[in-house]
Design a protein around this ligand. Structure first.
Ligand code: FES
Ligand SMILES: [Fe+2]
Length: 444
């Protein structure tokens, strides 16, 4: 169980909090590169509870910094994106993308102290269509995380952001809470209605699988397994990766190059950021699931309807279906069994249940079951790493040694029964498409 104190430690991410410090040891996806136009208007950006602005200067370079001008605190969101930097509209001070003050035109040249003052700017890098930011204190930023997906050419990486109105932990834990799949998403689906090789066939044939769970170099891992006919086992592997990433088994293991980030905007808002290989066999690339007679399975659409982005701190990538309209729940579909949840898509179903818990669940409220061991273990791993950093300056997993992420995969496969789960994983990985080794093949 999780105590009320642990719950607070796990969920708060602002400056100076134990989990906030842990997260500042890593590169963080901040926004889509396409959100910033060269020389265009700055974007308000909330990250780890800090109010920031992001802009792209006249040279195409990206700046992410504290929104307050270091002179008298006017917001640089209002600033003029000029040649080589942003100029505060209050007294005209100008800053480059790193926050260095370039110009202080309201004081006499002999009194100018621009070399002594700077806006609080963070380091940025663009990769896979995403602007990444490093908000930590190290003089030298660590490398980007060694995810396989970051070895894929940028043009083959899909990226999607969706905001969720709840704490990052309850959002993230939806991805490692595998036993919900046969209920929330597929409670209305019977195995005999599906083709035997349908990816969710085994999930609905046996709704209470057995699990293996372990700590790994990258975080934690689980293997859900079920009997899959004579001498065969169905495996579904998923991972938690420090500090807020997951991999889920919604793709064929050998082709499933993907990461899902649950980026805390503040304690009560999270940006889901998924990166996937567009040519692999992943749910992100496939048509909507169907029964064996060809009829679409209700509640498994993949469309996301967004509200228009606004310039508010939390105005980006919000869904039109949300708490204010009960996530567009269709009670008739829930009642007649067309859709178990009554909610129209898998992502929205996850969004609804995690947002419905309230913005931050006090985790001491829960009654965790044996099916929640992955959640318990992941919380422990996060807490231990965060406390070791706070108390003994121990770098958390993957913050320096970014290669620990390289062998992390989530996915499903069916294999001969009788293998240890680690061996089944290693065998499947050995024959998988690996971008780092230059053997990435398109799905057939
Ligand atoms: S507050 Fe920005 S220049 Fe004065
Ligand atoms: Fe889910």
């Amino acid at each position: 169980m999780t105590t009320a104190t642990e719950s607070v430690e796990l969920t708060r991410v602002g400056p100076g909090t134990v989990m906030g410090q842990l997260m500042r040891e890593y590169w963080i996806p901040a926004l889509m590169a396409s959100e910033l136009e060269r020389g265009g208007a700055p974007v308000r950006l909330m990250l780890l509870g800090e109010k920031l602005i992001a802009f792209r200067d006249s040279e195409g370079r990206v700046g992410v910094m504290d929104h307050r001008c270091p002179h008298r605190g006017a917001s640089l969101f209002l600033g003029r994106n000029e040649e080589g930097g942003i100029r505060c509209i209050y007294h005209g001070w100008k800053f480059d993308v790193s926050g260095r003050c370039l110009d202080m035109p309201n004081v006499q040249p002999q009194q100018d102290f621009k070399h002594k003052v700077s806006a609080k700017g963070y380091r940025t890098v663009e990769r896979a269509g995403i602007v990444w930011v490093y908000m930590g204190a190290r003089a030298e930023a660590p490398p980007l995380p060694g995810f396989e997906i970051l070895d894929v050419p940028d043009g083959e990486v899909g990226a999607l952001f969706i905001q969720r109105h709840c704490n990052y932990l309850q959002a993230l834990e939806g991805d490692i809470d595998t036993s919900h799949f046969g209920f929330l998403h597929a409670g209305h689906v019977e195995a005999e209605e599906l083709d035997k090789d349908d990816p969710i066939y085994h999930t609905v044939a046996i709704r209470a699988p057995e699990y293996h769970i372990a700590d790994t170099d990258w975080g934690t891992t689980y293997a859900g397994h079920r009997a899959a006919g004579a001498g065969r086992t169905s495996w579904r592997f998923g991972n938690f990766m420090f500090p807020f990433w997951t991999q889920v088994p919604n793709g064929e293991f050998g082709q499933h190059v993907q990461v899902r980030g649950w980026v805390p905007l503040d304690d009560e808002h999270t940006m889901y950021c998924v990166l996937w290989w567009k040519r692999g066999l992943s749910a992100m690339n496939q048509s909507d699931p169907a029964y064996k007679d060809g009829a679409p399975i209700g509640g498994m659409g993949r469309r996301n309807d967004f509200l228009p982005n606004t310039t508010d701190w939390l105005g980006r990538w919000r869904l039109a279906a949300n708490a204010s309209n009960d996530w567009r729940m269709d009670r008739a579909a829930q009642h007649d069994g067309t859709i178990y949840s009554g909610i129209e898509s898998i992502h929205l179903q996850d969004q609804a249940v995690t947002e419905s818990m309230g913005a931050i669940l006090d985790h001491s409220f829960e009654h965790l079951a044996p099916s929640d061991q992955m959640i318990t273990r992941t919380r422990r791993r996060l807490l231990m790493a965060a406390r070791a950093l706070r108390d003994n300056r121990v770098p958390p997993p993957g913050s320096e040694n970014v290669q620990v992420f390289r062998d992390a995969r989530g996915g499903y496969f069916v294999a001969d029964a009788g293998n240890r789960w680690q061996d089944a994983y290693a065998r499947e990985l050995a024959t998988a498409a690996r971008p780092a080794q230059g053997v990435l093949q398109a799905a057939k």
